[in-house]
Structure formats: C-alpha cells, structure tokens
Design a protein around this ligand. Sequence first.
Ligand code: 6PG
Length: 268
Amino acid sequence: MTSPSIVICPDHGSLDRRAVEYFVGTAREATAARGRFTVALAGGSTPKPLYEMLASPPWRTQIDWGNVHMFWGDERLVPADHHESNYRMVNLALLSKVPVVATHVHRVPTDLGDPDTVATAYERTLRRHLTANGGEFPRLDLTILGLGADGHTASLFPYSDSLREERKLVVASQPPQLGPHRITMTVPMINQSRHILFLVSGAAKASVVKDVIAGQSDPQRLPAQLICPTHGTQVWMLDEAAAAELPRARARVQQKALGRNGEKADGS
Ligand code: 6PG
C-alpha cells in the first residue's frame, strides 16, 4: 500500500491543467492495457473546470471517448435535470460536448425514487459493467474525489453508518445538513480503484486538508482518511491555498516549481 503523493499547484487554473494531464495519462494507460477506461466522477464545484477542460482543445482529442465508461462516485437523490444533480453538472460540462457512447454513461438511477432501491440498482450496474478480477469488489481505473470542509468525501459523511459498510458497493446516505438523500460508493468500493485522485482547491479547505493528510487519525470525524487504495495509487492535487496549512507547504510549492512529480505525504 503506497502512501499518497501530493502535487501542489500555484492556483486553481494550474491545478486543473495538472488534473487534466493526469486524467488523459490514466485513460491512455487503461485503454492500452485493457481496451477501455472506467472512471468514477466527483460532484460538487471543484471538478467542474476539469470536466470543461477535458471537453476543450487540445485535451478533448487526446482521449478515445468511445472507450470511456463513466460512473459517479456519488449522487444526490434528485432528478437528472435538477440543478443539484451531479450527473447534470457533468453532462453540461463534458458529456454534451464529447463523443462518449451513451450506453457507456452510467448515471445513478435516481428516478427509481427510494434511496435503498436506487443504491441496490446502482450496485447491480457496477457489477454488470466492471470486472472484479476475482475479488468481491469490481475495480475502477480511476476514482476522482473532492473533499468537504467537514472531512467528507463522495457522500461518506462523518459518524455515518456508511463508513462501516464492508460488503456493499453502494449505499444510501443522509447528509448532516437538511437536503436530498445521497447515494454513494462505499469505502471498500472506492479503495479498489487502480488510481484515486483527490482534487481540492481554495483556502476554505486548508484546515481540513491539513487534518486529513497530516493530522491525527480520526476517520469517523474525517471520512476522507478511510480512502487508501488496497493495491493502487492515490494522488492529492491541491492548489497552494488548499495546501497552505500543510507542514512545509511552502517548501513543497518551491519543490513543485522544480519537479513535475508528486511528493510523498511526508514530504520525502
Ligand atoms: C458532492 C461531492 C462531494 C464534494 C465535496 C466538495 O456530491 O457534492 O461528491 O463529496 O466533492 O462536498 O465539494 P466542492 O468541490 O463543491 O467544495
């Protein structure tokens, strides 16, 4: 189990460029090795510019969209055209602009209504379209994740039952604040990914980034600490604002300016 590497970029724009290069590289590697690229996308606001960049020159032509299979790491239990829908956000930013194959886009079937019914149906979708390589959990090539200011990722919220799920791939969850139910991939499902990319931007996340990466282990309070690929890689891509409270964050920014590789979480 390798420790996560950290890439710190000066600002959100350069963060998105590094992330799009990483996405293209991971897609090429997967397609060359297995003939397709399976990716679970994150919701929220942070990854939207990345999706828009993927749909723009020169990157849009660097991906074999016909072999990309898209999933969602989590979704809000709202209609697909609802302004809070993660599917809608990705569709507007990316899917509507690139030649993905419609049957390769696997959105969470929120129209089924009942949270547990939706979660069970999406689990069937994952099992049908992903290979498990003999294990009980199918493997994605890449899972993109964001980080909430409370330490949640996907829709795995602090102190929630979903954090203890060890067998299901997908569960329903209720965010602490009022709002629609969520559907989320579970920790063991996410940790099966070949590659996990956390994409975090902005000063508002600096404190939680420090707590999750460099703070005491407290995964019930900070569910993002549960994310650790069982046999894959994990990269944190941060802008300088989000990394500002990380130990030696300043030094890392200078290192980043020199090198193009991620550094280990301990700064080695
Ligand atoms: C969602 C996401 C969620 C998000 C974080 C960060 O459905 O909202 O999956 O986990 O990644 O809440 O959200 P921002 O990128 O908007 O800060």
